[in-house]
Design a protein around this ligand. Structure first.
Ligand code: TXA
Ligand code: MG
Length: 329
């Protein structure tokens, strides 16, 4: 059980915005209005804060999150916007539009935000409270819709409190969202714009601008990692629930463990949020170690199947699954 905390309701004025920004800076979660729905915000560069989003929403998996920025100029600091999306960004940002673009090499956004994908979903919202909040924080804010997993997206501060009261530090009250439908998500395939999720910006409006029909993603909408069993698969084999790794295996440990060569410990103290924040980065590092040192694969310690541990195990079992096996979930 998560400890219940006293969720503050902050007004959309100078004091409220400053308080909201400083809570984010200290790694807390703050729900905030956008023109689409309320988002559950965390500092996108702080993996532990991002992990808290999944815990608060009780999401069984690490779906990739949308990163919110206050203006178009900030976007190129984190991603390389493909040519095909530049005109769309110019025309419809700020607004109910999210663009998926390749992460820049020097991007400081936590890998947990994009759930290990090489791309990041970015949005510049239009709601004045959202913009003021993002400017006050002055950094990238990761935010899914501010509802418990499986529940309806919130369009007022009261809805947020109903679903997440006691689980998050604060909600910034900016009144009702005027779009009320999540953002339209676009990506690119072969220099053409593809529609990844229909949303608050009509497809027709986008088609008028680009001059051709929006494509559907060629892999039948499989763009989120949760939909492919093997999406997280490193290049090398992964063996789960290993108490005692072989000498020729790299080891992904969890909890108190003896010092060992070729090992990363997700959380020596057994903290699942810390483990979640480290998961993708450590898998990647061990994958490289296995390749360079010609080891046999990665052995993974058992992770308790509770709270964030379920999501960690979900991703680990995908990493261990044969390639490209669709899973039902
Ligand atoms: O209007 C909205 O989009 C709201 C507000 C808060 O901005 N946010 C929202 O977030 O709806 P969420 O987490 O409920 O949905 C995010 C969607 C998911 O379907 C996810 O799979 C997709 O964005 N997504 C995120 N990053 C992605 C990526 N790198 N590639 C493909 N899809 C991605
Ligand atoms: Mg949602």
């Amino acid at each position: 059980m998560l400890q219940q905390i006293d969720t503050k309701i902050l007004r959309s004025n100078a004091q409220g915005l400053a308080d909201a920004a400083s809570l984010l800076e200290s790694g807390e979660l703050v729900a905030f209005p956008t023109e689409t729905v309320y988002g559950l915000g965390a500092d996108a560069t702080n993996g532990k804060a991002v992990a808290r989003i999944f815990a608060a929403k009780a999401r069984p998996q690490f779906n990739p999150l949308i990163v919110h920025l206050p203006d178009k100029e900030a976007v190129t600091r984190y991603v390389n916007l493909p040519k095909a999306l530049v005109g769309v960004a110019d025309a419809f940002w700020p607004g109910p539009l999210t663009l998926v673009a390749p992460r820049r090499e020097d991007c400081e956004i936590s890998e947990l935000v994009s759930a290990g994908l090489p791309s990041i979903a970015i949005r510049v919202p239009k709601n004045p409270t959202a913009i003021a909040f993002l400017r006050a924080f002055n950094g990238p804010v990761a935010a899914p819709s501010a509802n418990p997993s499986g529940a309806i997206s919130p369009t007022t501060a009261e809805h947020v409190i109903d679903g997440l009261g006691g689980k998050i530090a604060a909600v910034l009250d900016g009144g009702a969202c005027n779009v009320g439908l999540e953002s339209t998500i676009l990506g690119v395939e072969e220099d053409r714009v593809v529609l990844l999720r229909p949303g608050g910006l009509a497809g027709e409006t986008i088609e008028t601008l680009i001059g051709y029909p929006l494509k559907s993603p060629s892999r039948g909408g499989i763009t989120a990692p949760g939909q492919l069993a093997s999406h997280y698969a490193p290049n090398t084999g992964v063996r789960l629930n290993v108490g005692d790794p072989e000498p020729n295996e790299a080891f992904l440990a969890f909890g108190p463990a003896p010092e060992r060569h070729h090992t990363r410990n997700l959380s020596p103290s057994g903290d699942l949020a810390e483990a979640a924040a480290n998961l993708f980065a450590y898998l990647r590092q061990l994958d490289q170690i296995v390749t360079y040192d010609h080891l046999n694969g990665i052995a993974v310690a058992p992770i308790p199947n509770i709270a964030l541990g379920r999501a960690i195990n979900d991703r680990l079992s995908r990493a261990a699954a044969p390639r490209d096996t669709p899973v039902s979930q």
